[in-house]
Ligand binder design. Structure first.
Ligand code: ARG
Length: 550
């Protein structure tokens, strides 16, 4: 479904031959859209801008869409949509299952790497952000018709398993009694033991060799530790209401069998070289090389990510790769992409993006910590928010606070401000949605219909400015979602929804709904229905629950 602004843009392109760069009008008295195309053309052609503007207006055929076009100031073109056109646009959106969100012509398979916590450690505040942001990307890209494959790159391999398993044996620990929090305490004990007891440290090293060599007893304990951890992660995912499942888990260990081959391939082609006993790959413009194999023969984070990338491109058929982690990993991913391009693992047809986010800060402006001063666990954050609000409202508060600023920025975790029901918060949007739902329920009840039905009202009269403003804002939903899908900027959707909720409240103040009669009443109810749909869908795309009653 082409939006009204797309139609208008197409007509202007026909009349002028250039992109009109149509923008929402900066003030209501300028109409709905404005363009500076006449000013730009005048400059190129060395003519008077108002003269060029007059000529464009002359040649432009938009009477079926707009009121007569106005020329303002030095030569801006102001467009005011006809109210019948605006009404039809909202009606079309009401009938469209995608609510005006344009579907891509050819779906792209997008692999998104997010959450990715580490085994035997609880998820901490950093994992909160990647999980929430990645979940939002998954929802938004699916909404435009792309095919999303989430990948949870959990840290399930590495030297730490040697000491974990030795510690379990030493303590004769019953794994049936161990949960994720217990596994994390075990980790701390094992670490202390490793530092203080050379004999234990040696056994831990041998245990790593046994694990890598596939020793069955060792592998069995390792698998139990993973199962205990993923059970804990899943509890947190359920609490967060994110879409990740066990099917999305592709841990570091799943790439073990590829690592030798990648090293051989890169060394053979001269992309990797031996350096002081280690195998490394250098790329121009980077200070440090990627380490493929260290001098002890061990494989690490870099080469595992190379293998994961190959798997995503070659086996999963990705056309776009997205990685969501802490901004501090920016260099790791820039280097990963550069080495992969150089090696031909990442063809130029595949887009690769790292989305790095900022830190979660406490109200004191320092990285969020628990009262004991340790890095806060994700569940502590959820608990903190739930102290001031119900679980659904707490989720809205946390997710909106996370998504409504530019992702790269740090944000302050302030439960009181985030759960406020006024201002630019998630709970405010939930209340706006619940309030408009309530009006619709009442209207249905008055008509003797089932409260859960969807009314079949149509927008017909848009006499009031507040109605027009709300209608226009509604028709911009598709644009807002499209922008987030293209640029991965969820804050733009947040801004849009906050603005829409603002227009809704002006509309309530100025336009009685249930007390109106006839066509005006039906038309206003249709606006309410369309607003409920958009607020509900928009919140869902952010991963925020949109309850009908609060
Ligand atoms: N496990 C890592 C961490 O907790 C994040 C992994 C991110 N994904 C990746 N493909 N490197 O910091």
């Amino acid at each position: 479904m082409a939006s009204v602004s797309d139609l208008l843009t197409a007509r202007l392109v026909t009349a002028t031959g250039v992109d009109p760069e149509l923008r929402p009008a900066t003030k209501p008295q300028f109409g709905h859209f404005q363009s500076n195309v006449a000013l730009r053309l005048a400059k190129q052609q060395g003519r008077k801008p108002r003269e060029v503007a007059a000529q464009i207006v002359d040649e432009l055929d938009v009477a079926d869409l707009c009121e007569p076009v106005e020329i303002a100031g030095p030569g801006f073109l102001n467009f005011r949509l006809r109210t019948d056109v605006l009404a039809s646009a909202v009606n079309a959106q009401l009938a469209d299952e995608h609510l005006g969100v344009a579907q891509v012509d050819e779906p792209v398979r997008v692999v998104i790497d997010y959450s990715s916590p580490n085994v035997a450690k609880q998820m901490h505040v950093g994992h909160l952000r990647t999980t929430i942001i990645g979940d939002c990307f998954t929802r938004v890209l699916r909404a435009v018709g792309d095919e999303v494959v989430p990948q949870n790159h959990i840290g399930d391999w590495g030297r730490q398993f040697g000491m974990l398993i030795e510690q379990i044996q030493d303590e004769s620990l019953d794994l049936d009694t161990l949960d994720l929090a217990g596994a994390e305490e075990l980790y701390l004990r094992a670490n202390a033991h490793f530092e203080s007891d050379a004999d234990f440290a040696e056994r831990a090293r041998l245990r790593v060799v046994a694990l890598q060599g596939g020793d069955e007893t060792t592998r069995a304990i390792w698998r139990r530790l993973i199962a205990i951890s993923t059970a804990g992660f899943n509890r947190t995912y359920a609490r967060l209401g994110v879409l990740l499942t066990d099917a999305d888990i592709a841990g570091e260990s799943s790439y073990n069998d590829m690592l030798d081959g990648i090293c051989d391939d890169l060394q053979h082609r001269g992309i990797a070289v031996m350096d002081d006993g280690a195998l490394i790959a250098r790329v121009d413009g980077f200070d440090a090389p990627a380490i493929l194999r260290n001098s002890a023969g061990g494989y690490g984070y870099d080469v595992t990510d190379l293998a994961a990338l190959r798997h995503r491109v070659d086996d999963l058929g990705a056309g776009r790769l997205i990685y969501v982690t802490d901004a501090r990993q920016a260099n790791h991913f820039a280097l990963l992409f550069a080495v992969s391009r150089k090696a031909g693992y990442l063809p130029s047809s595949v887009i690769a993006e790292h989305i790095g986010y900022g830190m979660v800060l406490g109200t004191d402006g320092h990285p969020f910590k628990t009262r004991e001063g340790t890095a806060a666990h994700l569940d502590d954050l959820l608990d903190a928010a739930e102290q001031t609000a119900s679980p659904e409202v707490a989720l809205a508060a946390i997710k909106y606070a996370d998504l409504s600023n530019q992702l790269q920025k740090d944000y302050v975790f302030d439960p009181v401000r985030m759960t406020a029901t006024t201002g630019d918060t998630g709970p405010y949007l939930q209340y706006a949605h619940a309030r408009v739902s309530q009006i619709l329920r009442r209207a249905l009840a008055e008509q003797g219909q089932d409260e859960d039905a969807t009314g079949d009202w149509q927008v017909s009269v848009l006499a009031e400015l507040a109605e027009q403003d709300l209608a226009l804002s509604l028709t911009r939903f598709g644009e807002a979602v499209g922008e987030v899908a293209a640029n991965l900027t969820p804050h733009k959707l947040c801004m849009y929804l906050y603005e829409l909720a603002g227009k809704l409240s002006v509309f309530y103040e100025q336009c009685p709904v249930l007390k109106a009669d006839g066509d005006v009443r039906a038309s206003r109810l249709a606006l309410c229905q369309a607003t409920k749909d958009v607020l509900g869908r928009g919140l869902t795309l952010l991963g925020i629950p949109a309850p009908e009653r609060m």
